[in-house]
Write a protein that binds this ligand. Structure first.
Ligand code: GLN
Ligand code: ZN
Length: 762
């Protein structure tokens, strides 16, 4: 019974790689120091996996920034604009070129933009998008994988398994940078380079090579399927004596099962956590000579594996294929798990006993193999933990469950229809046309962050802290009044993060000290853990919203985070459907909405920043997700009176196929991110004849650049050409917390001027 791992977190238990990279970028350390840190992390990771008894251990899963960018440098897919970097950086040329691609290059009179970054499938990890041209050539450029394999071989011997992204997914995850070709057609040019890489690794001694093809779990076109067949046939024809492990994860093979099981490889890995239902079909179609790696330990979550359940899958596979043709593995790379639960000394021991981070997951994989071989005492201990979670009163709150079960359609429906509400709200707020507002947060300066740090360390009393936050809030309100904004916000200075702030006040959430997961480059996030039924023991935002509202005669927006976004940016329960947890959070947010309304707050914004990114990988699952997401939002907003204006905000707004669902949310006002697309994204709203009010962002908050008034007027004219002018609001693309004050002030002054001009002209 063999075990394998697909990838291990590389940031280091103390985030050493983050610190080392950032110091290197700042010019504070040299390349040797950076490489030393990297080497230590790799060695530690390999030893952890060896100690856990894993049979096939990944190498080249380490990366200084991103594994997809590593592939681009390995394959020589380096966009032309970086050529000057190579001559500019003499000594550390390869790594500096690499970081230039990841982060842009502004030095030595050069100003070269970074490559684009986007989400890795449906995770919160971001990769660097490969760029392709019509005449794209590939040739081995970076020696990283060969060096890392050699080092791994010294430590791991024949257990070392180099990891590469497979050729088809590599192309599909990239982007055409000029018209006139389809990137999938580059497969013919790409495959020979893969053959060369694989043959070199084989000559170095590799017995197994892992090729990640996550795109096998996506909806594939005929052309894309043919590319898979072509690629793996060509590779099989030209390499021998090395075993290929084809890894799929994050969803099921489903209609691609026939394709995946017919590719000429030695082993196929499938994700049985995300898509347990695929096992039967895979077992049906898999040829007798293929080894099946069953991904049964969840690589994307923090819960202890239920051995009994996993063993059912493993046993089923063994019955069909024989024990020598089954491998046990985590569902996907452990990159997406925090590193070591043992570092968490503050978690309630009862709950901690239900959890597992990357290091513990390695042990689980190995335990499962040992249990199959007869060590049943391991099963008993696991069963006890699973059972304690199943019945714990810390998890299960009958009142919360009853409330969810009792939700009715009426709960999720506003009293009056939108046209009625619009009229009543107009009478109440008497806003001008093209009303101006912002998305919520204002710059979180070092001063503000330090206040929180000092409060945590006990250097400030709660009273001192709150006084300072009150002052910042008063200042920002005065300033908004002077500027002449129509609907004000309080600035969110009291919030560390838009999810954490709520999680900390809700029951059913816990927070780790060190549960970092890489988000992009050196950036990590520490998602909250939802472990139990969620409820709201007390008001969460009323104190700050009413304080702010009392400082001004203008309308003050109350500011909340919606249930889908809270769920999307947390580790979620795996013992009940996501949707049930979403509904529990929705009820808690609804209560907060009602409390704000009762406290006199007339405009309430419920942010659903992450609604688009939560869309499932497979189209077949979109409808259900959207239906549930919309329903959850409507639960949060459904209880208020017609005169209360509900806003929502969404970040990434490519809503082409889902406008109907966005409209079904029935928010009175939606603010979205559109400026970078020059209002292109509004076309879908226009086409749908989106009925409610909408604030298409008129400037990009991701850049310090201050847009001119005329630019924003032009965007508003464009918007007014697409949607009724009476429904348009004027606002930035998103919250301003990452910006500095000078550019924020300048940009908003211009924005208010643009709204004034629009009122005259449009
Ligand atoms: N209200 C939040 C803010 O302004 C919204 C942020 C977001 O959508 N990412 O910070
Ligand atoms: Zn946003």
């Amino acid at each position: 019974m063999l075990t394998q791992n697909l990838g291990y977190p590389r940031i280091g238990g103390q985030r050493q790689l983050k610190k080392a990279c950032e110091q290197y970028w700042a010019g504070k350390t040299d390349l040797k120091e950076l490489k030393d840190v990297a080497r230590k992390i790799r060695e530690e990771n390999w030893h952890a996996q060896l100690d856990a008894g894993i049979d096939l251990i990944p190498c080249n899963d380490f990366s200084f920034y991103d594994q997809v960018l590593d592939m681009s440098t390995l394959l020589g897919a380096i966009p032309k604009r970086y050529s000057p970097v190579l001559s500019a950086v003499k000594d550390n040329s390869e790594i500096d070129l690499y970081f230039a691609m990841a982060r842009g290059y502004q030095k030595d009179g050069l100003d070269i933009t970074a490559m684009e970054m986007t989400k890795w499938m449906d995770t919160n990890y971001h990769y660097i998008v490969p760029e392709f041209t019509a005449k794209q050539e590939f040739a081995i450029f970076s020696e990283k994988v060969f060096g890392e394999y050699n080092a791994a071989k010294r430590t791991l011997g024949s257990k070392a398994k180099p990891v590469l992204i497979g050729p088809v997914s590599y192309l599909l995850l990239g982007k055409e940078k000029e018209p006139g070709f389809e990137r999938i057609e580059l497969i013919k040019k790409l495959v020979p380079v893969y053959v060369e890489i694989i043959n070199r690794l084989k000559q170095q001694g590799a017995e197994w090579i892992q090729l990640d093809e996550p795109c096998l779990v996506t909806d594939l076109s005929k052309k894309e399927k043919e590319a898979f067949e072509f690629a793996y046939r060509s590779i099989a024809n030209r390499v021998s004596g090395v075993k290929l492990m084809l890894a799929t994860y994050f969803d099921g093979l489903f209609d691609n099962t026939q394709l995946a099981t017919s590719l000429l490889v030695s082993a196929l890995h499938i994700d049985l956590v995300r898509a347990p239902e695929q096992l039967d079909e895979v077992l049906e179609l898999i040829p007798a000579n293929l080894i099946l790696s069953v991904g049964v330990v969840d690589g994307r979550n923090v819960w202890k594996n239920d051995y009994e359940r996993s063993l059912q899958f493993i046993q089923k596979a063994i019955d069909k294929l024989g024990a020598d043709h089954v491998m046990i593995a985590p569902s996907c790379s452990l990159l997406h798990s925090p590193i070591d639960l043992e570092l968490e000394t503050a978690i309630d021991p009862e709950i901690k006993n239900w959890m597992a981070f990357a290091k513990q997951k390695l042990a689980e994989v190995s335990h499962l193999a040992q249990i199959v071989e007869g060590k049943t005492d391991l099963l008993r201990v696991n069963k006890a933990a699973i059972e304690s979670r199943r019945i714990s009163q810390k998890v299960h709150k009958p009142t919360v469950k009853d409330r969810v079960a009792a939700i009715t359609r009426a709960d999720a429906t506003r009293a009056g229809a939108f046209p009625v509400r619009q009229q009543i709200q107009q009478q109440r707020f008497n806003l001008p046309s093209f009303p101006t507002t912002t998305i919520g947060s204002f710059p979180q300066t070092d001063d503000i962050r330090q206040l929180r740090a000092k409060l945590k360390k006990g250097e400030l009393t709660t009273q001192q802290y709150e006084q300072a936050i009150e002052q910042a809030t008063i200042d920002v309100i005065r300033w908004q009044e002077e500027l002449g904004l129509d609907v004000l916000v309080h600035g969110e200075f009291e919030r560390n993060d838009m999810v954490e702030y709520f999680g900390e006040q809700l029951d059913g959430f816990l927070f780790t000290r060190n549960g970092w997961v890489q988000s992009y480059g050196s950036r990590c996030v520490k998602p909250p853990v939802i472990y139990g039924d969620v409820s709201r023991p007390a008001d969460m935002t009323v104190r700050w919203s009413t304080f702010a509202a009392a400082q001004t005669d203008k309308p003050m927006k109350g500011m909340l985070t919606g249930p889908v976004t809270i769920l999307q940016w947390s580790f979620v329960r795996d013992d009940q459907p996501r949707d049930i947890t979403t509904q529990q959070i929705a009820l808690a947010i609804r209560d907060e909405v009602m409390a704000l309304e009762a406290a006199g707050i007339g405009i309430i914004q419920i942010d659903e920043a992450a609604i688009r990114e939560g869309l499932p990988i497979r189209k077949a699952k979109h409808q259900q997700y959207l239906q549930q997401a919309v329903a959850a939002f409507k639960i949060t907003a459904g209880g208020v009176r017609d005169e209360t204006q509900i806003h929502t905000h969404m970040c990434y707004s490519e809503f082409n196929n889902i406008i109907a669902d966005i409209a079904a949310m029935d928010a009175d006002v939606i603010t979205i991110e559109t400026s970078r697309s020059q209002m292109e994204l509004l076309q879908a709203f226009a086409h749908f004849e989106y009925p409610n009010q909408i604030g298409p962002g008129v400037y990009d908050i991701h850049s310090p650049r201050v847009p001119a008034t005329a630019e924003m007027v032009a965007l508003l004219e464009k918007a007014a050409g697409l949607l009724p002018a009476r429904n348009l609001w004027v606002n930035p693309d998103c919250g301003l917390k990452t910006r500095k004050w000078p550019e924020t002030k300048a940009a908003l002054e211009n924005m208010v001027a643009a709204a004034h001009e629009a009122r005259q002209k449009i």
